[in-house]
Design a binder for this molecule. Structure first.
Ligand SMILES: Cc1cc2nc3c(=O)[nH]c(=O)nc-3n(C[C@H](O)[C@H](O)[C@H](O)COP(=O)(O)OP(=O)(O)OC[C@H]3O[C@@H](n4cnc5c(N)ncnc54)[C@H](O)[C@@H]3O)c2cc1C
Length: 434
């Protein structure tokens, strides 16, 4: 009898794991509670006034450094050169402060960006160059993990406020004070500190489901077993295998990969792997709010992405704004504004948050009142990458159980690339054990 591997979760991590195991000739069953694959990075239909738009479950941005993700997208027949608009890294504020990478070999692409940065004084620009050079020399490593604020002690305030804090919030979904210095350094090493393409911004030209999950799901359904609307309610050890309790039936498997957010993985492991469950339950999560706003069609920002100055005390909560119409003709006039992490905006109703964001955009860009808005709040969007965070490895302490997803050990915070790599790592661990 062929050994069956059950993968719980058809987000990007579970799908990556499944494809790697299928390529290795394994018998795979993928189970997901939702009616579609893609998990947290998927298309949702958003109603904005009298129109429905194919948008995402929250605005996402990918980077040139997402090597495994790009390879996987190619693997399912989607061409990243067509699916993404690739832009040189740019941190651009509407008030003119701008840091734009140049098309040059590393590290000159970034050095030139910092030297030619607009709106920052010489002290800030030279400090940033010195900071990058210092951490490159130190191998991007801290001996003992601390809060990422410690990395920027003595750095000019304007630089921290305009560059480092916004980058930390965007990449780790927490502020410097709550972020692991080592995880932030890992991100900077592989993006700003990487080759010239690594810091390119990749803006999807279509919704996230069309980038990868739909094609991956089609392939898995065709050559393996994909079961959607199929929540796994419990996992139990039988004498030689694992028994998964589904709604009205059970499924027997020889190995189980949990490609789930930490709280969901902890729930399923409580009875069969209590030590792993306890570690997973201790991982906290942080929210992301995305406000979609529809303006009359001629509305178009000068660039597809701007950083925004957040001033929560004044009701300016938006941190980034994306003009969805730049790359998707169907979305002309639709802007998405991201508010990462915790903050007072979460105390507002969805409508009040959207009003505040519309006011901020009106004051910043001179936009009229939007025709319609819609607010999506993912309360558990990402894990909180606290200093010293310990995540369980791909191979859990009970033989036959594996962990993927953003809860699994890895160098990155919760990102698509982190989840994809964790899925591939779980597949590798499983294959080497088999
Ligand atoms: C609003 C938002 C914005 C983001 N922005 C970015 C960004 O710009 N760039 C970036 O790289 N990353 C971003 N991320 C993070 C990224 O989306 C996630 O890290 C990634 O999608 C997680 O994938 P995953 O496969 O690990 O988990 P998930 O996508 O959570 O997949 C888990 C799957 O398991 C299923 N499931 C749960 N419980 C069960 C059960 N009991 N039985 C069966 N199935 C179950 C769920 O339905 C889900 O499909 C963002 C996330 C959010 C929410």
């Amino acid at each position: 009898m062929r050994r069956r591997i059950a993968i719980i979760g058809a987000g990007w991590s579970g799908l990556a794991c499944a494809l790697a195991l299928i390529d290795a000739g394994r018998d795979v069953t993928v189970l997901d509670a939702a009616p579609q694959a893609g998990g947290r990075a998927r298309r949702v239909q958003v109603r904005l006034g009298d129109r429905r738009y194919a948008l995402d479950n929250g605005q996402h941005l990918l980077l040139g450094a997402y090597r495994e993700t790009l390879a996987l997208i190619r693997r399912v027949g989607v061409d990243p050169d067509v699916a993404f608009r690739r832009l040189p890294f740019a941190l651009r504020y509407p008030d003119g402060v701008a840091l734009v990478a140049r098309r040059a070999a590393a590290p000159w692409h970034l050095a030139a960006a910092l030297l030619l940065a607009r709106g920052l004084g010489w002290r800030e620009r030279l400090s940033a160059i010195g900071w990058m050079a210092r951490w490159r020399r130190l191998g991007w490593r801290v001996d003992d993990d601390v809060a990422a604020t410690a990395l920027f002690q003595g750095e000019p305030r304007a630089l921290v406020e305009r560059v480092w804090e916004p980058l930390c919030l965007a990449a780790l979904n927490v502020r410097l004070a709550d972020a692991s210095a080592q995880i932030f350094l890992n991100v900077l090493r592989d993006s700003l500190g990487g080759d010239a393409q690594a810091i390119d911004l990749l803006l999807p030209r279509c919704d996230l489901s069309r980038l990868f999950p739909e094609a991956a799901a089609r392939e898995i359904a065709a050559c393996a077993d994909l079961r959607l609307r199929c929540p796994v309610q419990a996992i139990e050890r039988t004498s030689r295998r694992w028994r998964l309790a589904l709604r009205a039936q059970t499924l027997e498997a020889d190995a189980v990969v949990l490609a789930l957010p930490p709280d969901r993985a902890a729930d399923l492991l409580r009875a069969c792997a209590p030590a792993d469950a306890t570690r997973l339950a201790a991982i906290d999560s942080a929210p992301i709010a995305t406000v979609y706003l529809r303006y009359p069609p001629p509305t178009r920002l000068a660039h597809p992405v701007f950083a925004l100055r957040e001033r929560p005390q004044k009701g300016d909560f938006g941190q980034w704004v994306f003009d969805r119409g730049h790359d998707d003709g169907e979305c002309r006039g639709v802007l998405s504004v991201v508010v990462s992490g915790r903050g007072p905006h979460l105390e507002l109703s969805s409508a009040c948050l959207a009003d505040a964001v519309a006011r901020q955009l009106g004051a910043t860009f001179g936009l009229p009142a939007p025709l319609a808005t819609s607010t999506l709040i993912e309360k558990r969007a990402t894990i909180v990458p606290r200093p010293g965070l310990v995540r369980p490895p791909a191979r859990l302490s009970t033989p036959g159980l594996y962990l993927a997803g953003d809860a699994a050990d890895g160098p990155y915070p919760s990102t698509i690339e982190g989840s994809v790599r964790a899925g591939l790592a779980a597949a590798r661990a499983l294959l080497s054990d088999a």
